[in-house]
Design a protein around this ligand. Structure first.
Ligand code: SF4
Length: 294
């Protein structure tokens, strides 16, 4: 029974209930390094400690596309090393795992090797191969019927998602329909707004390896995360989000600009190349007719 109106504590208590209901499930937490999945991780760990029961298996996964923003990628990899040790100390059933997109789905293999244009909002071919497929394949190998995937999705993020989530009786639980087996999604931060997400990140102590101040500094100027689960609730790529340094779906890479402004000058060549890719794609004189191509 929930005893509080504090949104973060309510999220923790809802997660405690979920953990108690599904103690024998494979729990998989999809971690991108951004604020939402960081808050989801913190709330899950706070709930795990409060629930005082053991779980069969908990895996924190990160999907390495090969073209992640190098600053964020270095941050997540550093964090993952420490997290692996810290979580292992909590319970032997906790682990971390880095997924990679297969070579044939990589960004430059598709662009240089196959002639795909740099992605746009209307032709966003990249998310499926780079993020969604590796995550789906990982889940498919882990008995989907007995799997709960924890996602850092928030209802307040978009009206479209609000409408979609409003159809479920319990906002925290969603069903993910997949060809290789349906599985459950659990959304611990579904009812939180942005400031409550930061409250969770700064207010909850575990994992200590996740330093809120570092994340806040990295996050300045970014507003979302590229989705790794294909679901009706998943957000479209939002401007200035953490994700691939090559991303031409956004008109301007505000996140990279903010990081450069904060002193990460090593990102400048990446940003210039991304801008060139975007301009090249938008220039009709650079495209070939079919006859010229063959
Ligand atoms: S961040 Fe951009 S380029 Fe990377 S997968 Fe998402 S939409 Fe595609």
């Amino acid at each position: 029974m929930l005893l509080t109106n504090d949104p973060v504590l309510k999220a923790i208590d809802s997660t405690v209930e979920a953990i108690r209901q599904r103690a024998t499930a494979n729990w998989i937490l999809a971690f991108s390094g951004g604020k939402d999945s960081s808050a989801a991780l913190k709330i899950f760990l706070a709930a795990y400690k409060k629930a005082r029961i053991s779980l069969a298996s908990v895996t924190v996964i990160y999907c390495d596309t090969g073209v992640e923003n190098p600053i964020l990628d270095a941050y997540v990899r550093g964090l993952f090393g420490k997290l692996n040790q810290e979580l292992g100390g909590l319970s032997a059933s906790f682990k971390t795992h880095v997924l990679k997109s297969p070579l044939h789905d990589r960004f430059f293999v598709k662009i240089i090797g196959r002639g795909y244009p740099p992605p746009t909002n209307n032709f966003r071919w990249c998310t499926t191969g780079l993020r969604i497929k590796p995550v789906s394949a990982f889940i498919a190998r882990h008995d989907p019927a007995n799997t709960v995937v924890i996602l850092g999705l928030r209802a307040a993020e978009s009206q479209q998602r609000d409408r979609s989530l409003a159809k479920s009786a319990n906002l925290y639980w969603q069903k993910q329909r997949e060809g290789k087996g349906d599985y459950d999604l659990f959304l611990p931060i579904v009812e939180l707004n942005v400031s409550e997400v930061w409250d969770a990140i700064f207010g909850l102590s575990t994992p200590t390896s996740l330093d809120p101040s570092t994340l806040e500094t990295l996050y300045r100027g970014a507003s979302g995360e590229c989705p790794i689960i294909k679901s009706p609730q998943a957000p479209p790529c939002s401007s200035g989000r953490f994700g691939c340094w090559t991303c031409t779906v956004v008109r301007k890479d505000k996140s990279a600009k903010e990081l450069i402004r904060a002193g990460h000058l090593e990102l400048l060549p990446f940003l210039n190349f991304r801008d060139w890719l975007s301009e090249f794609r938008n220039n009709p004189s650079k495209s070939l007719t079919h006859n010229e191509f063959v």
